[in-house]
Design a protein around this ligand. Structure first.
Ligand SMILES: [Zn+2]
Ligand SMILES: [Zn+2]
Length: 352
């Protein structure tokens, strides 16, 4: 396994991708380099060879962890099988395992981070404070510092959905004369046949990331997507896919078919009642691309439960789930409840 580092050409420091300027920046001498220039000049010669060894430790799914030795300091870096971009915990060097992003693992595209870790920390604090019942522990600084920028692997599916459906519909007309009320029901058979094109519907290719969480971080703006370049990974974690496109395909087709079906249903309009008799969706012209999308995550456990917070690293959309904390709830409700009781008591006294 070849390790790739981001050594500053000016001072040898470990460079990081800067979301603000979209350049590689050396935090030591402040030099900045265009990502494409830097990687074109340096990517052909990975700086260190490292044997990939199994460790005795296991990840959360019971898979073996891997050990890499840092080319800068010789320290041993422990990582899951899919993790390909990381920081050496000893010397803070940014390291990429070449083989995790080359060959069949080479992404077609990447959406670079545009939000900084500080943006993510602010969003998290705002979110926790807006949930007044959240336990204090969620706002502790050392805890917030554990927010990590991760490039998550996504499969982008493009396809055409060929739709065919028949519907029974009615139109009801009512009127009255001096003797009777009349109701006239007209019956119709409606047919819909057509196709809808879908472009690059994202489905996450990471076993560790909950699908529903990733879907709620959408949309990502694809117009900012650029051809993949390892320079964007510097200073961030990045995972290679461990769910294949074949495994994700059914989920992608389901999402596209659901959207197409809804659109065709909605086009049967102007009736009193509509009933779908039969319909089918067929997927054609399917293709897929592989991309890395930017996400900030904070994974935390509290009182034996796990909580995951995440922010879209491009748009800043923030989502999370927070627990209900009893001690905080008591503090929050009791002063109010006592206050109300006191006012009621006062009123009773005044009017009695
Ligand atoms: Zn430097
Ligand atoms: Zn090191």
């Amino acid at each position: 396994m070849a390790l790739h580092e981001y050594e500053c050409p000016a001072c040898g420091g470990a460079m990081e991708f800067n979301p603000g300027t979209q350049k590689l920046k050396c935090p030591f001498c402040d030099s900045e380099f265009d990502v494409r220039d830097y990687v074109a000049n340096h990517s052909s010669s990975p700086t260190g060879e490292s044997s990939e060894n199994y460790s005795d430790e296991k990840d959360s799914e019971g898979q073996p962890m891997y050990i890499y030795s840092c080319a800068s300091c010789g320290g041993e870096i422990l990582a899951t099988e899919s993790l390909g971009s990381m920081k050496c915990p000893f010397c803070s060097n940014n390291v990429v395992v070449h083989e995790k992003f080359t060959g069949s693992f080479k992404p077609d595209y990447i959406i670079p981070f545009t939000k900084t870790k500080e943006d993510a920390m602010e969003a998290y604090k705002g979110y926790v404070k807006s949930k007044r019942l959240a336990p204090k522990v969620f706002l502790e600084e050392n805890h917030i510092d554990e927010i990590k920028g991760v490039y998550v692997p996504f499969w982008l599916f493009s396809a055409t959905q060929e739709y065919e459906g028949t519907f029974e519909a009615t139109r009801i007309r009512t009127w009255s004369d001096s003797n009777y009320n009349y109701t006239e029901t007209s019956f119709y058979e409606a047919e819909r046949k057509g196709s809808e094109d879908f472009e690059q519907v994202p489905i996450d290719g990471s076993r560790e990331m909950p699908d529903d969480l990733m879907e709620s971080l959408e949309p990502f703006d694809r117009s900012a997507m650029v051809p993949f370049n390892m320079g964007y990974l510097a200073g961030f974690l990045a995972n290679k896919y461990n769910v294949t496109a074949d495994e994700d395909r059914a989920r992608a087709e389901e999402r596209m078919a659901a959207t197409a079906t809804l659109n065709f249903h909605n086009s049967v309009a102007g009736y009193s009642t509509v009933r779908c008799v039969s319909e089918r969706c067929r997927t054609t012209n399917e293709s897929h691309k592989y991309a890395l999308y930017p996400v900030y995550v904070l994974n935390t456990s509290w009182n034996g439960d796990n909580y995951l917070f995440a922010m879209n690293g491009q748009t800043g959309k923030f989502i999370g789930n927070l627990p209900f904390s009893m001690p905080q709830a008591a503090k929050y409700y009791f002063p109010t409840a006592l206050g109300v009781a006191a006012v009621v008591f006062l009123l009773i006294t005044m009017f009695s």
